[in-house]
Write a protein that binds this ligand. Structure first.
Ligand code: NAP
Length: 483
Protein backbone atom coordinates (compact mmCIF):
# COMPACT_ATOMS: atom_id res chain seq x y z
CA UNK A 1 0.00 0.00 0.00
CA UNK A 2 1.37 3.42 -0.98
CA UNK A 3 1.16 6.24 1.58
CA UNK A 4 0.22 9.67 0.23
CA UNK A 5 3.03 12.15 0.89
CA UNK A 6 4.17 15.44 -0.56
CA UNK A 7 6.45 15.12 -3.58
CA UNK A 8 9.63 16.22 -1.80
CA UNK A 9 8.99 13.78 1.08
CA UNK A 10 10.10 10.17 0.85
CA UNK A 11 8.56 7.41 2.96
CA UNK A 12 10.59 4.48 4.27
CA UNK A 13 9.84 0.83 3.54
CA UNK A 14 8.57 -1.21 6.45
CA UNK A 15 7.27 -4.75 6.12
CA UNK A 16 6.12 -4.21 2.52
CA UNK A 17 4.52 -0.79 3.06
CA UNK A 18 5.92 2.62 2.14
CA UNK A 19 5.21 4.71 5.25
CA UNK A 20 5.78 8.27 6.34
CA UNK A 21 6.17 9.54 9.88
CA UNK A 22 6.17 12.89 11.61
CA UNK A 23 10.01 12.90 11.88
CA UNK A 24 11.95 13.83 8.73
CA UNK A 25 15.58 14.39 7.82
CA UNK A 26 16.93 16.12 4.70
CA UNK A 27 18.63 14.23 1.87
CA UNK A 28 20.27 15.50 -1.32
CA UNK A 29 18.10 14.51 -4.29
CA UNK A 30 19.16 15.03 -7.93
CA UNK A 31 17.60 17.85 -9.94
CA UNK A 32 15.70 19.43 -7.04
CA UNK A 33 15.72 21.04 -3.66
CA UNK A 34 16.58 18.82 -0.69
CA UNK A 35 14.19 15.95 -0.13
CA UNK A 36 12.90 15.04 3.32
CA UNK A 37 13.16 11.38 4.29
CA UNK A 38 10.91 9.81 6.93
CA UNK A 39 12.81 8.70 10.04
CA UNK A 40 12.20 5.42 11.84
CA UNK A 41 12.97 4.48 15.44
CA UNK A 42 13.01 1.51 17.78
CA UNK A 43 9.25 0.81 17.39
CA UNK A 44 9.65 0.45 13.62
CA UNK A 45 12.61 -1.89 14.07
CA UNK A 46 10.41 -4.16 16.22
CA UNK A 47 7.56 -4.13 13.69
CA UNK A 48 9.97 -4.80 10.83
CA UNK A 49 11.64 -7.70 12.68
CA UNK A 50 8.24 -9.25 13.51
CA UNK A 51 7.25 -9.15 9.83
CA UNK A 52 10.65 -10.50 8.80
CA UNK A 53 10.30 -13.37 11.25
CA UNK A 54 6.96 -14.30 9.69
CA UNK A 55 8.68 -14.44 6.27
CA UNK A 56 11.49 -16.56 7.70
CA UNK A 57 9.04 -19.07 9.14
CA UNK A 58 7.07 -19.24 5.89
CA UNK A 59 10.23 -19.51 3.77
CA UNK A 60 10.59 -19.12 0.02
CA UNK A 61 11.89 -21.75 -2.41
CA UNK A 62 15.41 -21.25 -3.77
CA UNK A 63 14.27 -20.99 -7.39
CA UNK A 64 11.98 -18.07 -6.49
CA UNK A 65 14.68 -16.28 -4.48
CA UNK A 66 17.06 -16.64 -7.42
CA UNK A 67 14.47 -15.37 -9.92
CA UNK A 68 13.82 -12.27 -7.78
CA UNK A 69 17.56 -11.53 -7.57
CA UNK A 70 18.02 -11.95 -11.33
CA UNK A 71 14.97 -9.80 -12.02
CA UNK A 72 16.29 -7.11 -9.64
CA UNK A 73 19.61 -7.10 -11.54
CA UNK A 74 17.67 -6.63 -14.78
CA UNK A 75 15.58 -3.74 -13.38
CA UNK A 76 18.65 -2.11 -11.86
CA UNK A 77 20.31 -2.16 -15.27
CA UNK A 78 17.30 -0.40 -16.80
CA UNK A 79 17.46 2.32 -14.14
CA UNK A 80 21.26 2.69 -14.26
CA UNK A 81 21.44 6.35 -15.25
CA UNK A 82 18.70 7.47 -12.86
CA UNK A 83 20.23 5.64 -9.89
CA UNK A 84 23.74 6.84 -10.73
CA UNK A 85 22.41 10.43 -10.57
CA UNK A 86 20.90 9.72 -7.14
CA UNK A 87 24.27 8.39 -5.87
CA UNK A 88 26.13 11.36 -7.39
CA UNK A 89 23.72 13.85 -5.77
CA UNK A 90 23.64 12.18 -2.36
CA UNK A 91 27.31 11.48 -1.74
CA UNK A 92 29.09 13.60 -4.40
CA UNK A 93 30.43 10.48 -6.13
CA UNK A 94 31.76 11.35 -9.61
CA UNK A 95 29.12 10.29 -12.11
CA UNK A 96 31.31 7.80 -14.03
CA UNK A 97 32.15 6.04 -10.73
CA UNK A 98 28.48 6.13 -9.70
CA UNK A 99 27.57 4.41 -12.98
CA UNK A 100 30.28 1.81 -12.35
CA UNK A 101 28.82 1.25 -8.88
CA UNK A 102 25.39 0.46 -10.34
CA UNK A 103 27.03 -2.02 -12.74
CA UNK A 104 28.79 -3.65 -9.81
CA UNK A 105 25.56 -3.87 -7.83
CA UNK A 106 24.00 -5.68 -10.78
CA UNK A 107 26.80 -8.22 -10.69
CA UNK A 108 26.42 -8.60 -6.90
CA UNK A 109 22.73 -9.45 -7.41
CA UNK A 110 23.51 -11.93 -10.19
CA UNK A 111 26.25 -13.70 -8.22
CA UNK A 112 23.84 -13.97 -5.29
CA UNK A 113 21.23 -15.56 -7.57
CA UNK A 114 23.81 -18.21 -8.47
CA UNK A 115 24.35 -18.88 -4.76
CA UNK A 116 20.60 -19.27 -4.19
CA UNK A 117 20.48 -21.88 -6.97
CA UNK A 118 23.49 -23.86 -5.79
CA UNK A 119 23.29 -23.67 -1.99
CA UNK A 120 23.66 -27.29 -0.91
CA UNK A 121 25.01 -29.55 1.80
CA UNK A 122 27.21 -32.65 1.87
CA UNK A 123 26.97 -36.26 2.86
CA UNK A 124 28.79 -37.57 5.93
CA UNK A 125 30.32 -41.08 5.84
CA UNK A 126 28.68 -42.21 9.07
CA UNK A 127 30.06 -45.76 8.97
CA UNK A 128 33.57 -44.33 9.35
CA UNK A 129 32.89 -44.80 13.09
CA UNK A 130 31.63 -48.16 14.36
CA UNK A 131 28.78 -46.39 16.18
CA UNK A 132 27.65 -44.74 12.92
CA UNK A 133 27.25 -47.97 10.96
CA UNK A 134 23.70 -48.34 9.71
CA UNK A 135 23.12 -44.59 9.60
CA UNK A 136 22.91 -42.23 6.65
CA UNK A 137 23.70 -38.55 7.23
CA UNK A 138 23.70 -35.40 5.16
CA UNK A 139 23.77 -31.66 5.83
CA UNK A 140 21.63 -28.79 4.62
CA UNK A 141 22.43 -25.07 4.81
CA UNK A 142 19.63 -23.34 6.70
CA UNK A 143 19.15 -19.56 7.11
CA UNK A 144 20.46 -18.19 10.41
CA UNK A 145 17.49 -15.86 10.80
CA UNK A 146 16.58 -12.20 10.47
CA UNK A 147 19.55 -9.98 9.52
CA UNK A 148 19.93 -6.45 10.91
CA UNK A 149 22.13 -4.61 8.39
CA UNK A 150 23.84 -1.23 8.71
CA UNK A 151 25.64 0.43 5.79
CA UNK A 152 28.05 3.36 5.19
CA UNK A 153 27.78 6.27 2.76
CA UNK A 154 30.57 5.55 0.31
CA UNK A 155 29.01 2.78 -1.85
CA UNK A 156 25.36 3.45 -1.04
CA UNK A 157 23.93 1.06 -3.65
CA UNK A 158 26.51 -1.71 -4.01
CA UNK A 159 27.21 -2.14 -0.30
CA UNK A 160 23.46 -2.27 0.35
CA UNK A 161 23.28 -4.90 -2.43
CA UNK A 162 26.04 -6.84 -0.60
CA UNK A 163 23.80 -6.92 2.50
CA UNK A 164 20.49 -7.73 0.80
CA UNK A 165 21.34 -10.07 -2.05
CA UNK A 166 23.32 -12.79 -0.19
CA UNK A 167 20.81 -12.65 2.68
CA UNK A 168 17.92 -13.33 0.31
CA UNK A 169 19.99 -16.02 -1.43
CA UNK A 170 20.48 -17.63 1.99
CA UNK A 171 16.78 -17.30 2.85
CA UNK A 172 17.24 -14.54 5.46
CA UNK A 173 14.94 -11.48 5.56
CA UNK A 174 16.65 -8.13 6.21
CA UNK A 175 16.00 -4.98 8.23
CA UNK A 176 18.40 -2.32 6.94
CA UNK A 177 19.52 1.00 8.38
CA UNK A 178 21.14 2.97 5.55
CA UNK A 179 23.74 5.73 5.93
CA UNK A 180 22.17 9.09 6.81
CA UNK A 181 24.02 10.72 3.89
CA UNK A 182 22.47 8.28 1.39
CA UNK A 183 18.97 7.10 2.34
CA UNK A 184 17.55 7.67 -1.15
CA UNK A 185 20.06 5.31 -2.79
CA UNK A 186 19.05 2.53 -0.40
CA UNK A 187 15.33 3.26 -0.79
CA UNK A 188 15.70 3.18 -4.58
CA UNK A 189 17.38 -0.23 -4.40
CA UNK A 190 14.55 -1.37 -2.12
CA UNK A 191 12.08 -0.20 -4.77
CA UNK A 192 13.96 -2.27 -7.34
CA UNK A 193 13.74 -5.33 -5.05
CA UNK A 194 9.99 -4.95 -4.49
CA UNK A 195 9.39 -4.29 -8.20
CA UNK A 196 11.32 -7.51 -8.86
CA UNK A 197 8.74 -9.40 -6.79
CA UNK A 198 10.23 -9.52 -3.29
CA UNK A 199 7.23 -10.31 -1.05
CA UNK A 200 6.23 -7.92 1.79
CA UNK A 201 8.21 -8.32 5.00
CA UNK A 202 11.41 -9.69 3.46
CA UNK A 203 12.93 -6.21 3.47
CA UNK A 204 12.50 -3.09 5.56
CA UNK A 205 14.67 -0.02 4.98
CA UNK A 206 14.61 2.25 8.02
CA UNK A 207 16.58 5.50 7.97
CA UNK A 208 16.88 6.99 11.44
CA UNK A 209 19.12 7.64 14.44
CA UNK A 210 21.99 5.15 14.50
CA UNK A 211 22.22 4.65 18.26
CA UNK A 212 18.50 3.98 18.65
CA UNK A 213 18.18 1.70 15.63
CA UNK A 214 21.48 -0.06 16.35
CA UNK A 215 20.43 -0.68 19.97
CA UNK A 216 16.97 -1.93 18.90
CA UNK A 217 18.59 -4.39 16.47
CA UNK A 218 21.16 -5.44 19.06
CA UNK A 219 18.54 -6.10 21.74
CA UNK A 220 15.81 -7.70 19.65
CA UNK A 221 15.71 -11.43 20.44
CA UNK A 222 14.70 -12.33 16.88
CA UNK A 223 17.54 -10.57 15.10
CA UNK A 224 20.02 -13.42 14.57
CA UNK A 225 22.78 -11.53 12.77
CA UNK A 226 24.02 -7.95 12.75
CA UNK A 227 25.89 -7.26 9.54
CA UNK A 228 27.73 -3.95 9.74
CA UNK A 229 29.89 -2.09 7.23
CA UNK A 230 31.44 1.18 8.40
CA UNK A 231 34.13 2.65 10.59
CA UNK A 232 36.28 0.66 13.02
CA UNK A 233 35.09 2.52 16.08
CA UNK A 234 31.35 2.18 15.34
CA UNK A 235 31.67 -1.46 14.30
CA UNK A 236 33.46 -2.76 17.38
CA UNK A 237 31.24 -0.64 19.65
CA UNK A 238 28.16 -2.21 18.05
CA UNK A 239 29.65 -5.69 18.53
CA UNK A 240 30.08 -5.04 22.26
CA UNK A 241 26.36 -4.31 22.63
CA UNK A 242 24.90 -7.06 20.44
CA UNK A 243 23.86 -9.70 22.90
CA UNK A 244 24.08 -13.35 21.76
CA UNK A 245 24.09 -12.53 18.07
CA UNK A 246 26.46 -13.21 15.27
CA UNK A 247 28.08 -9.86 14.42
CA UNK A 248 29.72 -9.53 11.01
CA UNK A 249 32.05 -6.54 10.67
CA UNK A 250 33.46 -5.01 7.45
CA UNK A 251 35.48 -2.03 8.67
CA UNK A 252 38.16 0.46 7.70
CA UNK A 253 41.79 0.26 6.60
CA UNK A 254 44.86 2.22 5.50
CA UNK A 255 45.89 0.06 2.55
CA UNK A 256 49.62 -0.19 1.81
CA UNK A 257 51.45 -0.91 -1.45
CA UNK A 258 55.02 -2.23 -1.45
CA UNK A 259 57.25 -1.56 -4.49
CA UNK A 260 60.23 -3.91 -4.76
CA UNK A 261 63.38 -2.75 -6.55
CA UNK A 262 62.29 -4.54 -9.74
CA UNK A 263 58.74 -3.06 -9.78
CA UNK A 264 57.28 -1.73 -13.02
CA UNK A 265 57.10 1.92 -11.95
CA UNK A 266 54.81 2.97 -14.82
CA UNK A 267 52.27 0.32 -13.92
CA UNK A 268 52.52 1.09 -10.20
CA UNK A 269 52.12 4.85 -10.76
CA UNK A 270 49.07 4.35 -12.97
CA UNK A 271 47.29 1.90 -10.61
CA UNK A 272 48.19 3.69 -7.38
CA UNK A 273 47.14 7.17 -8.58
CA UNK A 274 43.69 5.77 -9.36
CA UNK A 275 43.68 3.67 -6.19
CA UNK A 276 44.48 6.67 -3.99
CA UNK A 277 42.37 9.42 -5.56
CA UNK A 278 39.26 7.84 -7.13
CA UNK A 279 36.23 9.14 -5.26
CA UNK A 280 38.60 11.33 -3.24
CA UNK A 281 40.09 8.29 -1.51
CA UNK A 282 36.79 7.45 0.20
CA UNK A 283 37.02 3.69 -0.08
CA UNK A 284 38.01 1.33 2.72
CA UNK A 285 40.76 -0.03 0.44
CA UNK A 286 42.02 3.31 -0.93
CA UNK A 287 45.80 3.12 -1.05
CA UNK A 288 47.13 5.39 1.67
CA UNK A 289 50.75 4.24 2.20
CA UNK A 290 53.37 3.39 -0.44
CA UNK A 291 56.66 1.76 0.64
CA UNK A 292 59.06 2.04 -2.28
CA UNK A 293 62.62 0.73 -2.62
CA UNK A 294 64.81 3.84 -2.54
CA UNK A 295 66.66 2.76 -5.74
CA UNK A 296 63.46 3.33 -7.78
CA UNK A 297 61.84 5.98 -5.58
CA UNK A 298 62.68 8.99 -7.76
CA UNK A 299 61.50 7.43 -11.02
CA UNK A 300 58.31 6.16 -9.33
CA UNK A 301 57.58 9.56 -7.81
CA UNK A 302 58.09 11.37 -11.10
CA UNK A 303 55.62 9.05 -12.85
CA UNK A 304 53.16 9.17 -9.96
CA UNK A 305 53.09 12.98 -9.97
CA UNK A 306 52.58 12.94 -13.76
CA UNK A 307 49.55 10.68 -13.25
CA UNK A 308 48.21 12.82 -10.41
CA UNK A 309 48.41 15.96 -12.56
CA UNK A 310 46.33 14.30 -15.28
CA UNK A 311 43.47 13.20 -12.98
CA UNK A 312 40.06 14.82 -13.47
CA UNK A 313 39.38 16.78 -10.28
CA UNK A 314 36.33 18.87 -9.40
CA UNK A 315 32.59 18.72 -10.11
CA UNK A 316 31.24 15.18 -9.54
CA UNK A 317 28.65 15.73 -12.28
CA UNK A 318 31.44 16.08 -14.88
CA UNK A 319 32.01 12.71 -16.63
CA UNK A 320 35.79 13.35 -16.79
CA UNK A 321 36.16 13.87 -13.03
CA UNK A 322 37.17 11.00 -10.75
CA UNK A 323 38.20 13.01 -7.65
CA UNK A 324 35.50 15.28 -6.25
CA UNK A 325 34.81 16.82 -2.85
CA UNK A 326 34.95 14.79 0.35
CA UNK A 327 31.69 13.94 2.07
CA UNK A 328 31.49 16.84 4.53
CA UNK A 329 33.20 19.91 5.94
CA UNK A 330 34.36 18.06 9.05
CA UNK A 331 36.22 15.45 6.94
CA UNK A 332 37.89 18.20 4.90
CA UNK A 333 39.03 19.99 8.04
CA UNK A 334 40.26 16.76 9.67
CA UNK A 335 42.32 15.90 6.60
CA UNK A 336 43.99 19.31 6.36
CA UNK A 337 44.77 19.08 10.09
CA UNK A 338 46.44 15.70 9.57
CA UNK A 339 48.41 17.04 6.57
CA UNK A 340 49.56 20.04 8.63
CA UNK A 341 50.60 17.76 11.48
CA UNK A 342 52.62 15.50 9.14
CA UNK A 343 54.37 18.53 7.59
CA UNK A 344 55.13 19.99 11.00
CA UNK A 345 56.78 16.68 11.90
CA UNK A 346 58.96 16.71 8.77
CA UNK A 347 56.93 15.29 5.85
CA UNK A 348 57.47 16.93 2.48
CA UNK A 349 54.38 18.02 0.50
CA UNK A 350 55.00 17.15 -3.17
CA UNK A 351 51.47 17.55 -4.61
CA UNK A 352 48.14 19.08 -3.64
CA UNK A 353 47.38 20.16 -0.11
CA UNK A 354 45.02 22.99 -1.05
CA UNK A 355 41.41 22.99 0.10
CA UNK A 356 38.55 24.75 -1.72
CA UNK A 357 35.31 24.20 0.13
CA UNK A 358 35.15 20.40 0.51
CA UNK A 359 37.48 19.82 -2.48
CA UNK A 360 40.94 18.75 -1.31
CA UNK A 361 43.40 18.63 -4.21
CA UNK A 362 44.96 15.14 -4.63
CA UNK A 363 47.75 15.26 -2.07
CA UNK A 364 51.06 13.39 -2.04
CA UNK A 365 53.43 13.56 0.94
CA UNK A 366 56.95 12.17 1.07
CA UNK A 367 58.59 10.70 4.18
CA UNK A 368 55.71 11.03 6.63
CA UNK A 369 56.90 10.12 10.15
CA UNK A 370 55.67 6.65 11.08
CA UNK A 371 53.93 7.96 14.20
CA UNK A 372 51.88 10.58 12.28
CA UNK A 373 48.10 10.17 12.03
CA UNK A 374 48.36 9.87 8.24
CA UNK A 375 50.25 6.60 8.75
CA UNK A 376 48.63 5.30 11.94
CA UNK A 377 44.96 5.99 11.20
CA UNK A 378 42.54 5.68 8.29
CA UNK A 379 42.68 8.89 6.22
CA UNK A 380 39.60 8.19 4.07
CA UNK A 381 40.51 11.11 1.83
CA UNK A 382 42.65 12.01 -1.22
CA UNK A 383 46.02 11.74 0.55
CA UNK A 384 48.89 9.38 -0.33
CA UNK A 385 52.07 8.93 1.76
CA UNK A 386 55.20 7.77 -0.10
CA UNK A 387 57.93 6.29 2.11
CA UNK A 388 61.39 5.32 0.86
CA UNK A 389 62.72 1.98 2.15
CA UNK A 390 66.12 0.32 2.04
CA UNK A 391 64.88 -3.26 1.59
CA UNK A 392 61.80 -5.32 0.88
CA UNK A 393 61.99 -6.63 4.47
CA UNK A 394 61.75 -3.12 5.87
CA UNK A 395 58.88 -2.28 3.50
CA UNK A 396 56.89 -5.38 4.54
CA UNK A 397 57.53 -4.72 8.20
CA UNK A 398 56.26 -1.13 7.95
CA UNK A 399 53.27 -2.20 5.83
CA UNK A 400 52.30 -4.66 8.58
CA UNK A 401 52.86 -2.21 11.45
CA UNK A 402 49.22 -1.10 11.66
CA UNK A 403 46.10 -2.26 13.49
CA UNK A 404 44.32 -2.66 10.13
CA UNK A 405 44.39 -5.65 7.79
CA UNK A 406 42.04 -5.28 4.84
CA UNK A 407 43.97 -5.38 1.54
CA UNK A 408 47.62 -4.79 0.62
CA UNK A 409 49.59 -4.81 -2.64
CA UNK A 410 53.06 -5.64 -3.88
CA UNK A 411 54.57 -4.57 -7.21
CA UNK A 412 57.43 -6.76 -8.45
CA UNK A 413 58.52 -8.69 -11.53
CA UNK A 414 59.74 -11.61 -9.41
CA UNK A 415 57.35 -14.44 -8.60
CA UNK A 416 59.47 -15.32 -5.58
CA UNK A 417 59.25 -11.81 -4.13
CA UNK A 418 55.51 -11.68 -4.92
CA UNK A 419 54.70 -14.95 -3.18
CA UNK A 420 57.03 -14.18 -0.27
CA UNK A 421 55.28 -10.84 0.24
CA UNK A 422 51.86 -12.49 -0.06
CA UNK A 423 52.90 -14.85 2.77
CA UNK A 424 54.25 -12.04 4.96
CA UNK A 425 51.59 -9.35 4.52
CA UNK A 426 49.05 -9.79 7.29
CA UNK A 427 45.94 -8.84 5.32
CA UNK A 428 42.66 -10.31 4.11
CA UNK A 429 43.92 -10.05 0.52
CA UNK A 430 47.24 -9.35 -1.17
CA UNK A 431 47.15 -7.93 -4.69
CA UNK A 432 50.16 -8.50 -6.94
CA UNK A 433 50.87 -5.82 -9.56
CA UNK A 434 47.47 -4.28 -8.84
CA UNK A 435 46.38 -1.55 -6.42
CA UNK A 436 45.06 -2.76 -3.05
CA UNK A 437 41.90 -0.85 -4.01
CA UNK A 438 40.82 -3.52 -6.49
CA UNK A 439 37.62 -5.43 -5.79
CA UNK A 440 35.42 -7.66 -7.93
CA UNK A 441 32.13 -8.41 -6.26
CA UNK A 442 32.35 -12.20 -6.10
CA UNK A 443 35.78 -12.09 -4.35
CA UNK A 444 35.87 -13.12 -0.69
CA UNK A 445 36.45 -9.64 0.71
CA UNK A 446 37.22 -8.61 4.28
CA UNK A 447 39.90 -7.96 6.82
CA UNK A 448 41.92 -8.99 9.84
CA UNK A 449 42.65 -7.14 13.07
CA UNK A 450 40.69 -3.92 13.49
CA UNK A 451 39.43 -4.16 9.89
CA UNK A 452 36.82 -6.79 10.65
CA UNK A 453 35.95 -10.41 11.27
CA UNK A 454 34.22 -11.69 8.17
CA UNK A 455 34.29 -12.03 4.38
CA UNK A 456 31.72 -10.58 2.01
CA UNK A 457 31.01 -11.44 -1.61
CA UNK A 458 27.88 -13.54 -2.22
CA UNK A 459 29.47 -16.98 -1.77
CA UNK A 460 31.30 -16.02 1.43
CA UNK A 461 28.32 -14.10 2.82
CA UNK A 462 25.89 -16.94 2.19
CA UNK A 463 28.15 -19.24 4.22
CA UNK A 464 28.19 -16.66 7.04
CA UNK A 465 24.40 -16.27 6.96
CA UNK A 466 23.55 -19.97 6.98
CA UNK A 467 24.06 -22.76 9.46
CA UNK A 468 25.00 -26.34 8.66
CA UNK A 469 22.22 -28.64 9.84
CA UNK A 470 22.94 -32.35 10.08
CA UNK A 471 20.22 -34.90 9.36
CA UNK A 472 20.88 -38.47 10.49
CA UNK A 473 18.67 -41.34 9.32
CA UNK A 474 18.73 -44.73 10.91
CA UNK A 475 18.69 -47.16 7.99
CA UNK A 476 16.93 -50.44 8.73
CA UNK A 477 19.16 -53.41 7.89
CA UNK A 478 16.40 -55.23 5.90
CA UNK A 479 17.65 -58.51 7.26
CA UNK A 480 21.31 -57.79 6.39
CA UNK A 481 23.68 -57.34 9.29
CA UNK A 482 25.63 -54.10 9.41
CA UNK A 483 29.38 -54.52 9.73
P1 NAP B 1 30.33 5.18 9.95
O1 NAP B 1 30.33 6.58 10.41
O2 NAP B 1 30.86 4.14 10.84
O3 NAP B 1 28.79 4.84 9.60
C1 NAP B 1 28.43 3.63 8.99
C2 NAP B 1 26.99 3.30 9.37
O4 NAP B 1 26.96 2.95 10.75
C3 NAP B 1 26.04 4.49 9.22
O5 NAP B 1 24.80 4.01 8.79
C4 NAP B 1 26.00 5.03 10.64
O6 NAP B 1 24.87 5.80 10.89
C5 NAP B 1 26.00 3.74 11.42
N1 NAP B 1 26.43 3.82 12.82
C6 NAP B 1 27.43 4.55 13.35
N2 NAP B 1 27.53 4.31 14.68
C7 NAP B 1 26.60 3.38 14.97
C8 NAP B 1 26.18 2.72 16.17
N3 NAP B 1 26.77 2.95 17.35
N4 NAP B 1 25.15 1.86 16.09
C9 NAP B 1 24.55 1.61 14.93
N5 NAP B 1 24.89 2.19 13.77
C10 NAP B 1 25.90 3.08 13.78
O7 NAP B 1 31.06 5.05 8.54
P2 NAP B 1 30.92 5.97 7.23
O8 NAP B 1 31.58 7.28 7.49
O9 NAP B 1 29.51 5.96 6.74
O10 NAP B 1 31.77 5.10 6.20
C11 NAP B 1 33.15 5.14 6.15
C12 NAP B 1 33.77 3.99 6.92
O11 NAP B 1 33.27 2.75 6.44
C13 NAP B 1 35.27 3.95 6.70
O12 NAP B 1 35.91 3.62 7.91
C14 NAP B 1 35.43 2.85 5.68
O13 NAP B 1 36.71 2.26 5.68
C15 NAP B 1 34.37 1.89 6.11
N6 NAP B 1 33.99 0.99 5.02
C16 NAP B 1 34.34 -0.33 5.10
C17 NAP B 1 34.05 -1.18 4.05
C18 NAP B 1 34.41 -2.64 4.06
O14 NAP B 1 33.85 -3.40 3.27
N7 NAP B 1 35.35 -3.08 4.89
C19 NAP B 1 33.36 -0.69 2.94
C20 NAP B 1 33.01 0.65 2.92
C21 NAP B 1 33.33 1.49 3.97
P3 NAP B 1 25.04 7.33 11.44
O15 NAP B 1 25.96 8.02 10.50
O16 NAP B 1 23.65 7.83 11.47
O17 NAP B 1 25.68 7.23 12.80
Amino acid sequence: MEATVAEDHRPFLIAGRWEDRSQWAPASAPDSQPTLVAQAGAAEVCAAVDAARGCLQKGMPAHRRAEILDQAAELLGRRREELARVVCAEVAKPISLAQAEIDRAQSTLRFAAVQARTLGGRTVPMDAAPSGAGKLAFTQRVPLGVVGAITPFNFPVNLVAHKLAPAFAAGCPVVLKPAPQAPLSALELARVMTDAGLPPGWLSVLPGPAQEIGAAMGEHPHVAVISFTGSVQAGWQLARHAHRKKVLLELGGSAPAVLAADADVDLAAERLALGAFSYAGQSCVSVQRVYVDRRIADSFLERLLGRVRSLGVGDPGDPDVICGPVIDEASAQRLTGWIDQARAEGAQLVAGGSLTGRLLAPTVLLEVPHRARLIQQEAFGPVLCVQRCSSIEQALELANDTPFGLQAAVFTESIGVALGAARRLDYGAVLINEAPTFRADHMPYGGRGDSGNTREGPAASVRELTDERLIVIDTPSGGFEHD
